[in-house]
Design a protein around this ligand. Structure first.
Ligand SMILES: NC(=O)C1=CN([C@@H]2O[C@H](COP(=O)(O)OP(=O)(O)OC[C@H]3O[C@@H](n4cnc5c(N)ncnc54)[C@H](O)[C@@H]3O)[C@@H](O)[C@H]2O)C=CC1
Ligand SMILES: O=C(CO)[C@H](O)[C@H](O)COP(=O)(O)O
Length: 300
């Protein structure tokens, strides 16, 4: 199969590599010329623009978008649309909102597959886990490509019509937030608790047979090994947040309680600013109890 890959960043270059390794052809494009050059070095054919990708693919175009979620997806689709027809297939492998994916599927001439991708750049050697929504025929047609990019045939599935793939990935990310928060809280207690512990050794021991072993715990072990048991100068700041926000919004709409996921999201947000509510609580304790007001340079 000949696959067009648009977006050759951390994830897109892996898609290129895996598809080439499975003996398919790749036509690669990115707005960053260096990224295109890298893909060409690895065996892809470079394209100079999105319409050039479409031209090089000929009839029955199969195209994988791996650009950032949001406007870049719409911009890429706007450029592709004049070249697309009903026999073509476009996959969005990024972290798009499932509602955007439903809208895009309705507004394109091609079959549109929304594909949640998990595993991250660090998991590339194993292959990804792919959560897919959209027409069954398009999923069947692209199964050789999914087999190549995923861990194998068990590493991908179609979960329903348009939106289902990104919906499942949205909830996956909510679970990811909660797991990270749970590991974080456990290690925070150990770091400040009764014993002088080597946290890398704790993570390693837990990862060998413990109930809570996981890839995220592998990554905890790596973090303590590389940064030190006190995490060195790693900042108290967690970026991201969009997929967790969507998960919580959806849970509210469905009236499903997700307190762990919400707490993890709130912890992220509260890492970004000094919290007004905590500052007010600090001052109120003085108000009612004449407890000392901690000032900013002495808050540790
Ligand atoms: N990095 C990760 O761990 C994971 C990322 N994702 C999702 O995959 C998608 C891509 O993520 P990354 O590869 O990490 O991002 P990235 O920022 O490393 O790469 C994005 C690439 O898209 C290119 N690009 C942007 N607009 C473009 C356009 N209009 N036409 C062509 N190329 C364009 C950029 O130049 C860049 O090379 C995002 O939706 C992200 O949320 C999903 C799972 C894991
Ligand atoms: O999808 C992913 C992992 O599964 C991406 O790494 C994503 O960026 C994580 O979400 P956030 O940026 O909100 O932390």
């Amino acid at each position: 199969m000949k696959l067009g890959v648009i977006g050759l960043g951390r994830m897109g270059q892996i898609v290129v590599d895996q598809v080439l390794a499975a003996d398919h052809e790749v036509v690669a494009f990115d707005i960053d010329e260096d990224a295109v050059a890298t893909a060409v070095e690895r065996g892809a054919t470079g394209a100079t623009s999105i319409p050039d990708v479409a031209d090089q693919l000929g009839d029955e175009k199969r195209i994988w978008l791996m650009v950032p979620a949001g406007d870049p997806i719409d911009a890429a689709l706007d450029e592709l649309e004049p070249s697309l027809c009903a026999d073509d297939i476009v996959v969005d492998g990024g972290n798009s909102n499932y509602q955007d994916s439903i809208r895009r599927a309705e507004n394109t001439n091609a079959a549109y597959l929304d594909c949640g991708t998990s595993g991250g750049p660090a998991g590339a050697e194993l292959g990804f886990s792919l959560m897919i929504g959209g027409p069954q025929w398009a999923y069947d047609e692209l199964t050789p490509v999914f087999d190549a990019i995923a861990t194998g045939p068990n590493g991908h599935d179609r979960f329903g019509p348009s939106g289902a793939g990104h919906y499942v990935k949205m909830v996956h990310n909510g679970v990811e937030y909660a797991l990270m928060q749970a590991y974080g809280e456990g290690f925070e207690l150990l770091a400040n608790g009764r014993y002088d512990l080597d946290l890398e050794a704790v993570a390693k021991t837990w990862n060998n047979g413990a109930v809570i072993r996981s890839w995220l715990l592998d990554l905890c072990e790596e973090a303590f090994r590389e940064e030190g048991t006190d995490l060195g100068d790693v900042a108290d700041y967690v970026a991201g947040g969009s997929t967790g926000t969507w998960t919580v919004q959806e849970a509210l709409e469905q009236e499903i309680p997700v307190p762990l996921i919400y707490s993890a999201l709130a912890e992220r947000f509260s890492s970004r600013d000094m919290r007004f509510s905590r500052r007010l609580a600090n001052r109120l304790r003085y108000g009612f109890g004449r407890h000392e007001v901690k000032r900013q340079d002495e808050s540790e």
